[in-house]
Design a binder for this molecule. Structure first.
Ligand code: NAD
Length: 276
């Protein structure tokens, strides 16, 4: 496959913590397709993770920014424009964290302080980034913004806790801002609803391994991995999708359209045989 879908494009990528991160794969793929990048993560993640290694590989700059802080986001987007010499073409939002999930506090006994933090980090950060980019006129006409979501925004999945609510808010912000950004600047805003993926954030979900196994059995094409998600991001950042906006796009091997699969029901039956 010719790898030049993003030749001449410039992008800002949030959320590459380590080589398991979906954002890490997106950075690699977009760079391989000819894009120039600026990478960012929270100051603590820049210190503790391996983003600097990714920056070396992709010849990119790293600018630390806490996505819950408006001043950090303003500084980040201004400095990114300085590095690129003006407006740029795409942004990936790949940020998620719920203290309730991390501390295993059940949804029915939530800490509202934690819940607000989850919404702030995982969803309001997207509004903050879009609002700042819009105000600073940072994204070129026909540019593209993508955030990563999960099917728990539409369907209840045990253990996903308040992240389901955070993802519903994230997807709603993509539609609300997508209208404004499309109308005024012709910029696309979409979310990709990705299969469960073995990353640091994913592994924090209680019962995650079983969820991965269940959705693998349920999806006719199997779970999508981080590299495959990165391929989809490349297409969404490219000019091939210039009229796609305000969508939540499932990238999950068909999981979101399934009710029950043969593979899953066979396993379910087996569990009863073991009990008998
Ligand atoms: N892993 C999965 O199963 C899965 C499935 C669907 C969607 N997603 C979504 O994909 C995105 C990326 O997650 P991942 O699975 O690659 O895990 P990850 O842990 O590698 O990435 C999450 C990132 O969020 C960053 N982050 C947290 N708080 C932040 C803050 N205050 N400011 C800036 N950055 C902050 C972390 O440093 C980290 O880099 C998340 O939105 C996640 O919800 C993941």
């Amino acid at each position: 496959m010719e790898r030049s879908l993003l030749k001449g494009k410039k992008g800002l990528i949030f959320g590459a913590l380590n080589d398991k991160s979906i954002a890490w794969q997106v950075a690699l793929k977009t760079w391989q397709h000819g894009a120039r990048l600026v990478l960012t993560n929270s100051p603590v993640a820049v210190r503790m993770g391996s983003i600097n290694e990714l920056a070396r590989i992709t010849d990119s700059s790293v600018i630390p920014a806490d996505a819950t802080r408006m001043d950090d986001i303003e500084k980040l987007i201004s400095e990114t424009m300085e590095i690129f010499g003006g407006r740029f073409d795409f942004i990936l939002h790949s940020i998620g964290m719920s203290p309730n999930v991390r501390k295993n506090i059940p949804y029915e006994n939530t800490s509202y302080e934690n819940m607000l933090k989850a919404f702030d980090i995982s969803a309001l950060s997207f509004h903050r980034i879009l609002q700042t980019a819009y105000r600073l006129d940072a994204i070129k006409e026909r540019g593209s913004v993508v955030a990563l979501s999960y099917v728990a925004a539409q369907r209840t999945l045990t253990g996903y806790n308040d992240m389901g609510d955070a993802k519903a808010l994230l997807e709603s912000i993509a539609r609300s801002f997508g209208y404004i950004y499309g109308r005024d600047r012709k910029v696309r805003v979409n979310t990709i609803s990705q299969s469960p993926t073995l990353t640091t954030a994913g592994s924090g979900i209680h019962g995650f391994d079983s969820l991965v196994d269940f959705s693998e059995r349920m999806s006719p094409l199997g779970n999508a991995n981080a590299e495959e998600c990165a391929d989809y991001c490349v297409v969404l950042f490219s000019d091939l999708t210039r009229k796609v906006t305000m969508q939540n796009l499932y990238h999950d091997g068909g999981f979101s359209s399934m009710g029950m699969s043969l593979k899953a029901i066979e396993q379910y039956r087996k569990s009863f045989e073991e009990c008998d």
